[in-house]
Design a protein around this ligand. Structure first.
Ligand code: PLP
Length: 913
């Protein structure tokens, strides 16, 4: 449906010319003295007279055309923007001339075929806020004020959530009463906040009536009101009435006025939040480039938003008219806008999107209290509602909050299938958000803001990879995890080996509950913790021969650090020999023996005396190790991070011999291969290795608590630490804590009791055989490697010609995001594609090996069953066939002359079709 929208010129020049800022008289007089106020306006108008605007003087004209606006519901609209050549003050002072031009614009729009006319800024104020024009007009008219109120309140509530301000504790100043927007906002805000302070220009009968209706105090003293409140909603028709200096620290101002009520063109304070209220974000996928409007990242004024929504919905009715805006209509238009994909949670200040640091600074000033672990009451603000998302609808529906909204996007109705980005949250599996997560779970509530917080305070690079790549996981059980949208995924990453028992194994739960029930000591130093001692016995019993002493750590890299330091003392040499493509952790010592230059280079100089040798290359090892300068050779049984590289047959026998011959200690890093991953409790057992030192971590904590350990022969431990002077040379405050050790015991027991080693072997075999078969059938698949459930599937890189063609067009905008990494990423796109398809189409969570992204890591929990393995195989077949099919097709295209004529091409068939 066609729409028209009416505006008037509003430039910075206008603001300067009318002189309101310069004289300061307006701000001094506003709300206090009508006479002085009018005089300052008059000064402004005199300035305007000298302004050569070069505009048509007596008729409206079309300044812009918006040909194509689509919505989430699939509706379409097109529109014209009309401008009348009068500045805001001219419109106010000569409203009959303005109305004449507005009527002319309606006539033209009607002739063009528009069915609804929206009134922007001042054109929505004169003529009884649209009522005059509605009487005249054959087509519907709206000021758009209902959506403006809705958007501004949604923005305010979103800002409160982000800053931790609880409206129910706040006195809110609503400036601009008896204006229609301020009045409607005051009525809606009233039940949500502690109290309301109404601020208006004069103590009129109408203002007093409104004050009585909302049971609020009324004042004309704006400065005094600001001093008494830290939340301000301001919507005057004249602007420039709030001096930033008057704001108390930690104040949120939502400024709906055009020109702005807050004086200035940008925020001059980092301890307050000045927000442009009433903006709407247009539905995703629309590329509205208007020569007239500056669509700040898709933001438009909501008066235009409402006009568009009415056109999209083909509602030929005059909507927001007159002084009284009905709360029901406000809710309804907000609901329709949300359904069509409009969003109100982007925070802007003086029209420009705010930097995340603004919120951070505000919170540093405000320091909000939090009550995450207290059962959330159904608060008046709704800020503790099920999703932490208060909404206008709650107030409108029952006036006292309630779980009206579940999706956390600031939309009016819980049933709207929208997520935080205004996209559809209807899923491939047809499930609705939260379907699997019943009840009022803490983590679901925290998940609502988690992505924004992750981006703001943790890792913006990862967050910016997008929602299809980076999920927000809220629940895990066995081999499955669930995201915040209720989608269930088969977890084939399993915490990079830290979830051998799967998520939330009941035996680990029970162990932790027991220890907590018994009030076991948390952390005790230079003292005996029975849980730690018992776990030490258990570990030693299961470990390779001669390892009989345990030192506890909290992570893999700490276990490696302990091993390296101890080897220096016990081995009485300083150097370390390690393998290319190895991974031993990222603390400085571990990094120094990690064979990946990309990780090492930025942190040089590293620990001296560390040298590299190829994994599996016995000759080089022999040559180097015979120099006898190395305290230890550190090696993984299978190089997992390096791309699931298995050792050649007989390698470890030779390694063992050479270490013994040269009195070099052998450190076997079983952080990833240990605790049953390869089908033996330790891979050393499988390869017949007898390490001097063994490191372990990851799944020792049963997937719930971090714990690691270094296992060492007692004679070596004694050499290093066996005296009163040396026993405390290497320690860890948290090492051997009660919860960690009880999880460790439960983990080892469950692996034995549930025969998970047998299952790992059986399922590993099934997976490996299935994948090997696929490698024979699907060209993009190269080979499968590994043991037990530590497997890697290597893919072939895509053809160079495709890489360079992609770079040429790059409609994906990847080059902007990836910069110099683009080539690498494109080369590895085959595995990325499969990973993405598994994640988003088949709902299987996988990752690639960091050192070789063409290798898909396959390491599900050891509890994985046949059905899950078969589903995985079927899904990999489909996903990889798609890549093979696409690359063959594109390759074929490039092979031809006259690229683009694909009609004669023989189209390869996907293998699964
Ligand atoms: N050693 C090996 C073999 C690993 O695979 C890893 C981690 O993946 C580490 C050490 C480092 O463990 P963490 O990340 O717990 O420090």
């Amino acid at each position: 449906m066609k729409f028209a929208f009416l505006v008037h010129p509003l430039t910075d020049d206008t603001r300067e010319l009318v002189g309101l800022n310069k004289t300061g008289r307006f701000t001094e007089t506003w709300g206090k003295d009508l006479f002085n106020f009018l005089e300052s306006l008059h000064v402004g108008v005199q300035g305007v007279a000298e302004f050569n605007r070069n505009l048509p003087t007596d008729q409206p004209w079309v300044v812009d055309y918006l040909p194509h606006i689509g919505s989430l519901k699939g509706f379409q609209a097109e529109g014209r923007i009309y401008e009348i050549p009068m500045l805001p003050h001219e419109i106010l002072l000569d409203s009959s001339r303005a109305l004449g031009m507005m009527e002319a614009a309606v006539d033209d729009a009607t002739a063009w075929g528009a069915k609804v006319m929206g009134l922007g800024s001042m054109t929505g104020i004169v003529g009884g806020r649209g009522t005059h024009l509605a009487d005249y007009s054959p087509i519907s008219v709206t000021t758009g004020n209902c959506l403006t109120v809705f958007a501004a309140l949604q923005g305010l509530e979103h800002a409160c959530r982000e800053t931790g301000v609880d409206l129910s504790n706040e006195t809110v100043s609503v400036v601009g009463v008896p204006g229609s927007i301020a009045t409607a906002a005051a009525k809606i805000l009233k039940p949500k906040c502690k109290s309301i302070l109404l601020v208006g220009r004069s103590n009129s009968a109408r203002s007093r009536k409104i004050a009585a209706e909302v049971d609020a105090e009324f004042t004309c003293d704006v400065q005094d009101a600001l001093a008494r409140s830290r939340v301000v909603f301001t919507a005057t028709s004249s602007g420039d009435c709030i001096d930033q200096k008057w704001l108390s620290p930690a104040t949120i101002v939502v400024d709906v006025a055009v020109p702005t009520d807050v004086i200035g063109s940008k925020s001059e304070r980092d301890d307050v939040l000045i927000l442009t209220g009433g903006l709407s974000r247009i539905p995703e996928g629309n590329r509205i480039d208007s020569s007239y409007f500056f669509f700040q990242r898709g933001m438009i004024p909501s008066c235009l938003g409402e006009t568009i929504v009415l056109a999209l919905e083909e509602r030929c009715e005059s909507y927001s008219l007159g002084q009284d805006l009905s709360p029901e209509k406000i809710l309804k238009i907000g609901e329709l806008a949300s359904e069509n994909g409009f969003n109100f949670t982007k925070l802007c200040s003086f029209g420009a999107a705010i930097d995340e640091s603004v919120i951070t600074n505000f919170r540093k000033t405000f320091r909000p209290a939090s009550h995450f672990f207290v059962d959330p009451p159904l608060s008046k603000t709704g800020s503790h509602s099920e999703n932490g998302n208060g909404s206008v609808s709650q107030v409108l529906s029952n006036g006292s909050g309630g779980a009206a909204s579940r999706n956390g996007n600031g939309h009016a109705k819980g049933e709207l299938l929208q997520n935080n980005n205004g996209q559809s949250a209807a899923h491939a599996n047809g499930k609705r958000p939260q379907e699997t997560n019943s009840g009022n779970r803490l983590i679901d509530r925290l998940a609502v803001r988690a992505r924004a917080l992750f981006r703001r305070h943790m890792n913006s690079v990862v967050a910016n990879l997008g929602e299809s790549v980076v999920k927000n996981f809220v629940r895990g059980e066995g081999c499955h995890v669930w995201d915040d949208q209720g989608n269930r995924y088969l977890d084939f990453v399993a915490g990079f080996g830290s979830l051998n028992l799967g998520h939330n194994h009941p035996a680990v739960h029970r162990a932790l509950e027991t220890v907590m029930r018994e009030n076991a000591p948390g952390f005790v130093q230079a003292a005996i913790n029975p849980l730690a001692a018992t776990l030490a016995e258990k570990l030693v019993t299961l470990a390779p021969p001669e390892l009989d002493t345990v030192f506890y750590t909290n992570s893999g890299t700490e276990s490696v650090e302990a091993a390296l330091k101890t080897a220096r003392l016990a081995g009485e040499r300083s150097g370390f020999l390690y393998c290319r493509k190895s991974y031993h952790g990222k603390s400085l010592g571990s990094l120094s023996v990690t064979g990946n230059r990309n990780y090492q280079r930025p942190f040089e100089p590293l620990v001296p005396g560390c040298e590299e040798v190829d994994f599996g290359d016995v000759d080089s090892l022999r040559r180097l190790i015979r120099t006898r300068k190395f305290a230890a050779f550190i090696v993984e049984p299978i190089q997992a991070e390096g791309g699931m590289i298995v050792p050649p047959a007989g390698y470890f026998e030779k390694v063992q011999e050479l270490c013994r011959e040269t009195e070099t200690l052998l450190i076997v890093d079983e952080v990833q291969t240990g605790i049953g991953r390869t089908g033996s409790m330790f891979a050393s057992e499988f390869y017949g290795i007898r390490p001097d030192i063994l490191t372990v971590a990851k799944s020792l904590g049963g997937g719930m608590v971090p714990i690691g350990a270094m296992l060492i022969k007692s004679e070596l431990w004694k050499k290093a630490y066996g005296t009163l002077e040396t026993f405390a040379l290497h320690t860890s405050t948290f090492g051997g804590g009660s919860l960690a050790c009880s999880a460790g015991m439960a983990s080892l027991e469950a692996i034995q009791n549930e025969k998970l080693l047998d299952n790992a072997l059986e399922m590993g075999q099934r997976l490996k055989a299935g994948l090997a078969e696929l490698c024979d059938q699907v060209p993009i698949l190269k080979e499968v490697r590994g043991e037990g459930l530590l497997l890697g599937l290597e893919l072939n890189p895509i053809n160079e010609s495709i890489v360079s063609h992609w770079k040429d067009i790059d409609e994906s905008m990847l080059s902007t995001v990836l910069g110099s990494k683009l080539d690498d990423v494109l080369r590895n796109i085959s595995s990325m594609y499969v990973m993405n398809s598994l994640m988003n189409h088949h709902r299987i969570y996988t990752q690639t090996a960091r050192s070789n992204p063409l290798v898909l890591r396959i390491q599900p929990p050891l509890t994985v069953n046949e059905e899950q393995v078969d589903y995985f195989l079927k899904s990999v077949r489909e996903a990889s066939s798609e890549v093979s099919y696409t690359t063959e097709l594109v390759d074929g295209l490039f092979a031809r002359t006259g690229v683009g004529d694909s009609s004669e091409l023989e189209t390869p068939k996907p293998a699964h079709s």
